[in-house]
Ligand binder design. Structure first.
Ligand SMILES: [Zn+2]
Ligand SMILES: [Zn+2]
Length: 392
């Protein structure tokens, strides 16, 4: 298997040095924080400006997440959008969600600020109603019901066309969240109002690094979305690959997301993030339930032998009775659009909860991934076996 070229590419230096913070500037000069605004409209007298707080910022983020649009590539005359943007479920409400919910609730691993603070940065999964779990305003009501008919019924054909629809929805969701994240970022830049100069520098430098990451992420997801859009209109082509695994029971988790495969299940690095020379492989993963059993659907557009393929073959090599746990690891590491059955989580011993919680925080500014996260440490979380798999 050829190694991905990103593995030998130099990593991007941290961009912190690109900021040249100045305590005094000409009023009409471009501000040192690189906001693109003139100094007089930006950091002049910032120390004495009245600031908001983290809860205001969080509210702004939530508001950004409510700004909807339809992800369908258009306009296509035969398939016009309806006027209503709907709360589209990334995991089918009457299928996967219903299979793991209790009293119409599931647990979400996406933290909210209040709990972050209350728990000193160690929040636990929190209860959310199934109507709100996994939804995003990313489709008009017409396309939300028309496009996904084949994966919204009671039963499911395991084939390229259905696998593609799962992948398409995951990519649309990621594109939506990344765009909301970028709009939120512009609000965060005002978060240093009322702070002394050195603190302004600290925050703006951190945000500048984040901004580089968000820009790269947006550009990449934009490229993936474009490729998926083309195949949505034409039908899946041979560059679309998938792998579907069906388990012998319902697992207590559902999820939907897209990510860069970074390591395989033995901890070997598949591609290197943080370089901008070579495009990175992506993969989508949806976990939901049909007919009393959980299915995991991987999908990607790209080379048949790249990092996405290597991740999937490494998954195939995992022992049958360890596949459910390996899937669990992958989900906790790579997506926060992940939902749990409440009683399953509550009954887990504390050390297992800690292991999974730690995984959700890997790959951040604070904790880079090492490859050990995915490899099997023999901890047992789920008992289940794979009874059917389909590759294409
Ligand atoms: Zn500024
Ligand atoms: Zn539409």
């Amino acid at each position: 298997m050829p190694k991905h070229p990103s593995l030998s590419a130099p990593r991007l230096p941290l961009n912190r040095l690109a900021l040249n913070p100045l305590e005094k500037m000409g009023r009409n000069e471009q501000c040192w924080c690189l906001s693109g605004k003139k100094y007089k409209f930006c950091h002049l007298d910032r120390e004495t400006q009245k600031g908001g707080n983290v809860f205001d910022s969080e509210q702004k983020m939530l508001n950004e997440m409510r700004q909807g649009y339809c992800s369908f590539p258009g306009p296509v005359p035969e398939s016009p959008c309806s006027s209503k943007i709907t709360k589209a479920h990334t995991v089918q409400k009457n299928g996967g969600m219903a299979a793991i919910s209790e009293e119409n609730h599931v647990l979400s691993v996406k933290p909210v600020m209040k709990e972050m603070i209350a728990t000193n940065g160690n929040p636990q999964p929190r209860r959310v109603g199934v109507n709100l779990a996994s939804v995003f305003p990313g489709f008009c009501s017409y396309h939300d019901s028309e496009l996904f008919k084949k994966i919204e019924g009671k039963t499911l054909q395991l084939e390229a066309e259905t696998a593609f629809l799962f992948s398409y929805r995951a990519v649309a969701y990621e594109a939506f969240s990344k765009a909301a994240q970028q709009r939120f970022y512009t609000h965060l830049r005002d978060g240093d109002k009322g702070m002394p100069f050195w603190k302004q520098v600290q925050l703006q430098s951190l945000l500048y690094d984040m901004h580089i990451g968000i820009e790269i992420g947006l550009r990449e997801i934009g490229d993936w979305k474009k490729q998926f859009d083309e195949q949505l209109l034409s039908g899946p082509q041979e560059t679309f690959h998938f792998a579907i695994f069906r388990f012998d029971r319902v697992l207590p988790v559902v999820a939907c997301g897209a990510f860069h495969p970074e390591f395989d299940f033995e901890g070997a690095r598949l591609q290197q993030l943080g370089q901008d020379k070579f495009p990175l492989d992506h993969i989508t993963l949806t976990v939901t339930a049909f007919d009393g059993s959980t299915i995991a659907v991987f999908g990607w557009i790209g080379p048949v032998d790249g990092p996405a393929h290597e991740l999937v073959s490494s998954y195939q090599n995992v022992d049958e009775n360890r596949k459910a746990d390996a899937l669990l690891r992958l989900l906790f590491i790579h997506t926060d659009n992940l939902f749990l059955r409440p009683s399953w989580w509550t009954e887990l011993p504390d050390d297992k909860k800690r292991t999974l919680n730690d995984m959700t925080r890997s790959g951040s500014h604070v904790q880079a991934r090492t490859g050990r996260e995915l490899s099997d440490d023999r901890k047992k979380f789920l008992a289940a076996g794979v009874v059917e798999s389909r590759l294409g």
